[in-house]
Design a protein around this ligand. Sequence first.
Ligand SMILES: [Zn+2]
Length: 447
Amino acid sequence: MPALPGKSPHEMKVFSPSNTDMVQATLLRRAPWVLPGRGPVIEDGAVLVRGRTIEAVGRYADIARIAAAGTRTIDHPDQALIPGLVNAHTHLEWSGLAGRIPLPQNGFPAWLQAFNRERAGLSGCDRAAAVAAGRRALIEAGTAACADVGCTLEPFEPDRSAHPDAAPDAATPPTAEACPELFLFEVLGFNQTDLHRVAPLERLAAHPPAASGGPMMSLAAHGCYSTSAALIAQAKAWTRMRGLPFSIHVAEHREELELLQTGTGFFRDFLESLGRWVPTWTPPATSPVGLLDSLGVLDSRTLLVHAVHLSAADWDLVARRDCKVCFCPRSNAAINVGRPDLAAALERGIATALGTDSLASNQDLNLFREAARVLDAYPEIRSEQVLRMITVGGAVALGCEDHFGSLARGRSGHFPAVAVPARTAPKHLVETIIAQGAAGKWQWTRA
Ligand SMILES: [Zn+2]
């Protein structure tokens, strides 16, 4: 999507090869159901699309009236038009580990050891190919935008001579409808205190702007048990200065809480075994959320990922600071770290998204299936809330709601049409859409 006039300089841009070959044809898409993301379901609805951008959404009778004479109408009988999905947390560089770590695992320490064993065998070439494969998987799952956390810029700066096989695929989005990307370089180092030593800040800042076809670049910190407080604070300051989103894994497992409370446990031993323990470090004796708040990290551009082990007081603080939260319930179940309390976030009005996490801890990168899992595992949460988490909730979490997450004027005109049986009762419509999406019964709308 090209930069739209009057938008923020920090808006999400499309990870797309070019906009010069955009088809500017205007189409009127009519469907028995249009779910705009914000606002109620529109029966006998329509979306007017010009090129790749939506011009209007509403009841068919109203939109047909404002469409220019001769505008082609495409009927979507027995389909629902929904916004493209927004996957708010993944690590595409680990896509090559699909099926290599037996799932479910018996807790985070066991999973981490298996993960470290498997990733040690990956080359830079493997990672670049994995990113390309991951992007294809996202598109095939109906994803319109994603946040990809990674430890290397290599897939974005392919060296064709070094990786002749991987480079073309990594450099070129797999289709003209590529999944736009917020790339968050992951800052890591319990015994490091200088951000310049652990993150390629100059390369990140100098990366071609997203408008030229690349991803939007920012920073993430790995977690409070793996990244020093100094690094977390510096990384957040770097992103804040640039108006960029920032993310961090928070309270994914109890071992994290144990280290912060007592300075002992699995991560103490693990860091010592790696030679990264800091003998002068004293545990803050607070929760991960409490620690991040004391560092001034919690604000509306901070995305907290996982949030499995939060107290009521933590949730209140997250709400007060207007942080965004991304849950990854299938990954949590696969690693066996616990069950996040989605209702605690929703009842406080916290902007909430879903992510698949990586293929090292999930079976696929399919957000429809993540949503279907939530419907199964959290009967107290309404299907409308779940659909919101994978569309507009994700877009709000990543700060790209001006382009993604809803069907509205100015948003992306590239979105899924989901097959819905004709006699579906309105009260079952949204859960049917999620189930059909998870079963692959949908397609991208195309000009
Ligand atoms: Zn993650």
